[in-house]
Design a protein around this ligand. Structure first.
Ligand SMILES: C[S@@+](CC[C@H](N)C(=O)[O-])C[C@H]1O[C@@H](n2cnc3c(N)ncnc32)[C@H](O)[C@@H]1O
Length: 389
């Protein structure tokens, strides 16, 4: 496909997404209907679609409209690509620009438009991030890095870099987070590469890695990962602390990959059903990596940024408080309860914690950190509570 044809395809997919279809499904359906598109074409179309979704508001302002065509026009204008070179009407290119489209004046954007956030989210974002609000929002307008955690039980950073290099995957050490690498070339080879297949590296964002490393966990502690999902935190806990990790999730099937991932990492992680938790001895540490809006990771799932509603955000807080309360029942007296989200909004972070502490005065907060999203890492919040009697 020519570059113009890829943009034309992106326009078509965006129109489907704007009609209400989730982004991933719209892209998969497009690829099924257009079998001639090779893997590079699919990756390019996907890249254009996600670039637009991350910057949908500013693209609409720069493209003077809200449909796929206007959004792609707005994207090109923001990225400095001459729209005339794409909207040529030749072959499978988008139709040439109309006179209206050609008469463009640079728009003046509101703060929320420039931040590419919904109007109602912007004040919450600013309250959560203070003087970092604008830079954090800008970071969510760009593609995320591909971050890896070196499994230090299986090898060193150097051995991981060498193994990746033998598969022609170039990686560099993260500037601030120990044991974290950023894959900078041939990222699509990772999953089949030796380093990943042998468990020497695992995909995990730098902010999650930094947070896990800071937690007060000792070798041999019994840790319950109460909201384990696919097991990203369970694997990091097992690798970093050599802890005995039990994984639980209210949706058991979400943990289906944990045994395979744990075997690859040579970690021992016990996966349990909700009804079996009561039969286990109480834990030294309980982690609640709770469901949330994902506002710190919106560059990865940009359509979620535009779908979130105020009611859903309040519902998240209610669920988070209830999860903390349920999970804390499995903690030993004096144990450590850790709460984390990949959100930067106080509604889901400090406010959730305050409600939990209000109803549970037998806990005190001993540490709290909001990791601000940057080009190097996602946003992440974590808070450590200790049982005091
Ligand atoms: C943010 S995800 C967890 C991500 C995972 N810890 C990781 O690092 O890959 C939140 C998980 O919480 C689970 N969940 C939702 N409500 C829950 C509840 N009441 N009890 C336990 N888990 C719950 C969801 O099924 C989801 O898998």
């Amino acid at each position: 496909m020519t570059p113009s044809a890829r943009y034309a395809a992106a326009i078509a997919v965006l129109d489907v997404i704007l009609g209400g279809e989730p982004a991933e499904r719209a892209l998969t359906n497009w690829a099924r209907r257009n079998r001639y598109a090779g893997s590079k074409d699919r990756a390019a179309v996907r890249g254009h679609v996600f670039d637009v979704l991350r910057k949908k508001r500013s693209c609409a302002a720069f493209g003077a409209g809200g449909d796929g065509r206007a959004l792609v026009l707005g994207l090109l204008r923001q990225t400095g690509i001459d729209p005339l070179s794409i909207f040529s009407g030749e072959g499978y290119a988008p139709e040439p620009l109309t006179e209206d489209e050609l008469s463009f004046e640079e728009p003046s954007l509101s703060e929320a438009e420039a931040a590419d956030l919904p109007d109602w989210v912007w004040p919450l974002w600013r309250d959560g991030l203070g003087d970092k609000a604008i830079s954090a929002a800008q970071s969510q307008r760009e593609r995320a890095k591909v971050a890896l955690r070196v499994n230090e039980r299986l090898g060193s950073v150097d051995s991981a870099l060498q193994s990746l290099a033998s598969d022609e995957i170039e990686a560099i050490e993260h500037p601030n987070v120990i044991g974290c690498l950023n894959a900078v070339s041939n990222q699509r080879r990772l999953a089949q590469g030796k380093a990943y297949q042998t468990g020497l590296v695992e995909l995990q964002d730098a902010s999650s890695q930094a947070a896990v490393r800071s937690w007060p966990i000792s070798t041999g502690d019994r840790v319950l990962d109460f909201c384990a999902g696919g097991g990203g935190k369970s694997l990091a806990l097992a690798a970093i602390f050599d802890a005995s990790v039990t994984a639980h999730d209210s949706v058991f099937d979400r943990m289906a990959d944990i045994p395979v991932r744990a075997a690859r990492a040579r970690a021992s992680i016990k996966v349990v059903k909700s009804e079996d938790l009561d039969t286990l001895p109480l834990f030294d540490v309980v982690l609640c990596d709770a469901p949330c809006s994902g506002s710190g990771t919106w560059r990865r799932t940009p359509d979620a940024k535009w779908r979130l509603t105020e009611d859903e955000l309040r519902d998240f807080q209610d669920r988070q408080v209830s999860i903390l309360e349920s999970a804390s029942k499995f903690l030993k007296k004096g144990g450590v309860l850790i709460y984390s989200t990949c959100s930067v909004l106080q509604v889901e972070n400090g406010e959730t914690g305050a409600r939990f502490l209000n109803g549970n005065p037998n806990f005190e907060r001993i540490a709290e950190e909001l990791i601000v999203p940057t080009s190097e890492n996602d946003g992440f919040y974590h808070c450590v509570y200790k049982g005091i009697y």
